[in-house]
Unconditional design. Structure first.
Length: 305
């Protein structure tokens, strides 16, 4: 396995809070490296370049600083949150087109430990990440009419954010996101058993931001995701769920089926929820089918005006 392809394996594992680490390993070794694999492997993603029109705001909260990139525009504000192991530059190709087509203010940001934001010691904590996002938006004066767009692990941030701040959100688009329904006790135990050997091996390798984030995600994985399984999306916040056809679990039909079933169960659990399947797409729907993601964001933003 080459350095670049191993980088894809690690990124896929973080992106889902571990599940793709083993079941996607064989396919990852045979796939071309994605857009950011080389820079991640070289450790050059610590200060990503933001879109040209975006202003950088370093915002302090709870003893650490977070990098927010703001492209000016009108309400509703579109907030784009990348998956695990990714920083705000994941959205750079979409931001200019979104700005042209919607005229909205657009915010991308680096969660703690990624991009230009400070690292925070300890296990991954979706609630803390949601608190960081709220603190950043409050500092930027964004307190209502937000459309939150969340990919992969950022689905956990979105769920906790929506539960704590339903009045801030006008809607959300969850892009192949981690959803509470997926993390049943049997599934959690399966994921821990599958990924523990890879995490132990990773601890012996040179330390990078991506490695440290993966290890943090693995720490307390069971309790963290049992708690997340009990989280609820508020009925008053409309949401579009885009699920990939391939899912993150290439080579594991059992896990792929559970991923699709979880998306369907989430949509059936409340009003104002729509399920869309990205036909032929991998887990990286924003890269494979950007037009579909743009369309669903535009539609959600239109309802918020």
């Amino acid at each position: 396995m080459t350095t670049q392809k191993m980088s894809r394996f690690r990124r896929a594992a973080v992106a889902l809070a571990l599940p793709a680490a083993v079941v996607g390993m064989v396919s990852a070794c045979g796939d071309p490296a994605p857009r950011k694999a080389a820079s991640a492997a070289l450790g050059t993603s610590s200060a990503p370049a933001a879109p040209a029109d975006a202003a950088l705001h370093m915002i302090a909260t709870n003893g650490h600083r977070l990098a927010f990139h703001v492209t000016p525009g009108h309400s509703p504000t579109l907030v784009l949150d990348a998956g695990g192991g990714e920083d705000s530059s994941y959205w750079d190709a979409l931001v200019p087109q979104l700005a042209r087509e919607t005229g909205s203010q657009i915010i991308t940001y680096d969660r703690a430990g990624m991009g230009a934001s400070d690292e925070v010691k300890g296990p991954w904590d979706g609630r803390a990440a949601a608190g960081d996002l709220r603190a950043g938006l409050r500092e930027l004066g964004v307190n209502r009419d937000v459309v939150l767009v969340s990919h992969s692990q950022a689905g956990e941030v979105a769920t906790y954010f929506a539960g704590a701040n339903p009045g801030v959100l006008a809607g959300a688009v969850l892009v192949d996101a981690n959803l509470p329904q997926f993390f049943t006790d049997p599934q959690i135990e399966r994921l821990i058993a599958l990924t523990t050997p890879q995490i132990e091996a990773l601890k012996k390798q040179p330390s990078t931001k991506q490695n440290r984030q993966l290890i943090a995600t693995a720490e307390d994985f069971g309790p963290t995701h049992r708690a997340y399984h009990r989280a609820n999306w508020p009925d008053g916040v409309p949401v579009t769920v885009i699920v990939s056809e391939q899912t993150p679990f290439v080579g594991s039909p059992q896990d792929a089926r559970r991923w699709h079933d979880a998306a369907a169960a989430f949509v059936a659990a409340g009003p104002g929820r729509t399920l869309v399947t990205a036909r032929g797409s991998s887990h990286d729907i924003p890269e494979d089918q950007p037009a579909l993601v743009l369309e669903k964001i535009r539609q959600m933003a239109a309802t918020a005006r």
